[in-house]
Design a protein around this ligand. Structure first.
Ligand code: HEC
Length: 247
């Protein structure tokens, strides 16, 4: 009886160690021997799994294809965590386009309004506040965005003489220096939904990028905009003169 037990124990310890050794591989990326693959790999299509190669079997048709789908509209990146300013910047823009913009600016599928949201936007503050610390970086990013998206019309100096205008292809681009009575909120609104001959940029730029551009537009109007003195105080006034707000 004892002998019997010993041999069972002996046999099972050999079997267990055999299993343990075969399940380990020196390749750090390998999951080792899989006893029940269906339990590890769900048959449902999951994001970020390359279904083109499973356990060495290749499926060239699927390999390196995107399995992750575009996240739903207005998804907020997880990395922003509890940073409420950043999260707010990712939320949808709450102002509606004017009903007249629907046809002229291709804003189909938008909730439109007949009330003057452009005027209402004059109260909106730039949530992306410049400080001595971040100013240089924000304006640098603004230049990058402006060069790519706006300069061809508005010109490198913001004077409305971009190549689109000087070539004679386009007219009516204003000089930013003459628009000092525009509020930050209105500049945002115009970039987001467009204005007159300018198209909407809301689908091309996120809110953070647009607010960055609002700062960049401002420095064309005041060469001291975004500069801070030694005590960290802004050299130029950061906001437009609200008493002269354009109707
Ligand atoms: C296709 C040419 C074109 C492009 C590209 C363009 N704009 Fe404009 N922009 C215009 C025109 C034209 C106007 C004048 C609109 C009006 O007042 O009728 C204008 C007006 C503006 C105004 C004044 C808005 C107001 O409320 O009076 C701002 C600010 C502005 N653009 C910023 C930008 C920024 C920033 C970009 C880049 C994201 C940009 N524009 C891209 C042509 C353009």
């Amino acid at each position: 009886m004892k002998k019997h037990l010993l041999s069972i124990l002996g046999f099972s310890s050999i079997a267990i160690s055999a299993m343990m050794f075969t399940s380990c591989k020196s390749d750090a990326d390998s999951s080792g021997f899989e006893y029940m693959p269906d339990m590890y790999r769900s048959p449902a299509i999951e994001a970020y799994v390359d279904y083109g190669e499973i356990r060495g079997r290749q499926n060239t048709e699927l390999k390196s294809k995107l399995t992750a789908l575009t996240p739903p509209k207005n998804t907020i990146p997880y990395i922003f965590g509890k940073d409420s300013t950043q999260v707010k910047l990712m939320l949808p823009y709450f102002r509606k386009p004017n009903v007249a913009f629907r046809e002229t600016h291709g804003l189909f599928g938008f909730d439109v309004t007949t009330s003057d949201e452009y005027l209402a936007a004059s109260n909106d503050k730039n949530p992306y506040v410049l400080s001595a610390k971040n100013s240089e970086e924000i304006l640098k990013k603004g230049k990058e965005l402006f060069t790519a998206m706006c300069q061809h019309c508005h010109g490198e100096k913001g004077d409305g003489n971009g190549p689109m205008v000087t070539s004679g292809a386009y007219v009516g681009v204003p000089n930013y220096a003459t628009l000092t009575n525009l509020s930050d909120g209105q500049i945002f609104y115009s970039i987001y939904y467009g204005k007159g001959m300018m198209g909407a940029h809301g689908s091309l730029l996120n809110k953070k990028e647009i607010w960055t551009l609002v700062h960049y537009v401002r420095q064309f109007q005041n060469k001291d905009y975004g500069k801070f003195d030694a005590s960290g105080k802004p050299v130029a006034s950061m906001a437009a003169d609200s008493t002269k707000m354009k109707p």
